[in-house]
Design a binder for this molecule. Structure first.
Ligand SMILES: Nc1ncnc2c1ncn2[C@@H]1O[C@H](COP(=O)(O)OP(=O)(O)O)[C@@H](O)[C@H]1O
Ligand SMILES: [Mg+2]
Length: 249
């Protein structure tokens, strides 16, 4: 099966606000190879979520482009539900992804709409067990579950339609440390079982280092440094140094 690689070229984005426009992304370029997990680390407000929304096709850039390739073919992201199954997102607040009146089962069925009910039922049950949850939770409502359980369900759903790219936007930032470690282990395990490309964004360097081999540092809407996870101690940019020192305190 063809995997997805990604190129982001000279992307710019500004948002209008009272008193003018704020440039949020200023000439961002990156390349993601098939099955690679790329980490992006930066302080809050530097534009990480905006960049992921542009890659996911939810926000249009003012300039620049996002190019996907599969095998040797360049593919433009067609705005079809079929395409959006290929690109999945895991966000910081899993609760926000649920509607309060939707059961866990209904939530998991959503990206699989249009497929045979019995086949989907089996897939959904096995997805729940693969993230370490009891299939009895199929009938539960989101308010009955913990943040860690909800994030596991969101991860189960992200991997259900065999995505080619998964965007992780601070998926552990709202969790306690123990749950954080469990969710990171789960993400590594899910990626092993379902090879896919990924971009993992966080303000927490240690978290990014634990899942990504290559790390980009973002500051004020630009990529300011690129390092391998293991070389990060040699980072030079002041923001990279600040993120490193934040870990040691
Ligand atoms: N839809 C929007 N309208 C106006 N400003 C926005 C919008 N989305 C993001 N911003 C602003 O863009 C900046 C970067 O935000 P964001 O991409 O969420 O950063 P990060 O994820 O790194 O914390 C922030 O100053 C934020 O307030
Ligand atoms: Mg963000």
């Amino acid at each position: 099966m063809n995997r997805l690689s990604l190129m982001v070229e000279h992307v710019r984005k500004s948002f209008a606000c009272e008193g003018g426009v704020i440039p949020v992304l200023q000439d961002v370029s990156l390349v993601l190879s098939e099955e690679e997990m790329l980490g992006i680390v930066g302080l809050s407000g530097c534009g990480k979520s905006t960049l992921l929304s542009i890659i996911a096709g939810l926000v249009m850039p003012d300039a620049g482009k996002v190019i996907f390739s599969m095998g040797r073919d360049e593919v433009r992201a067609p705005a079809s539900s079929e395409w959006y199954r290929y690109v999945q997102m895991v966000v910081q607040e899993p609760f926000d992804m649920f509607s309060p009146r939707m059961t866990v089962g209904e939530f998991l069925y959503e990206p699989m709409r249009g497929r045979g009910r019995e086949q989907v039922h089996r897939m959904v049950e096995s997805a729940l067990s693969s993230v370490g949850l009891d299939t009895a939770l199929m009938d539960a409502y989101p308010h009955m579950l913990s943040g860690g359980q909800l994030q596991r369900i969101v991860i189960a759903r992200a991997f259900l339609p065999s995505p080619k790219l998964v965007l992780y936007d601070e998926p552990t930032s709202a969790l306690d440390v123990i749950t954080q470690a469990q969710v990171l282990t789960l993400i590594r395990e899910m990626r092993r079982q379902h090879p896919s490309a990924g971009i993992f964004v966080s303000h927490d360097l240690a978290v990014v280092q634990s899942v990504a081999d290559r790390i980009l540092v973002m500051a004020e809407g630009r990529i300011v440094e690129a390092l391998s996870s293991s070389d990060f101690v040699h980072a030079k940019h002041p923001v990279s140094r600040m993120l490193l020192e934040a870990q040691l305190t």
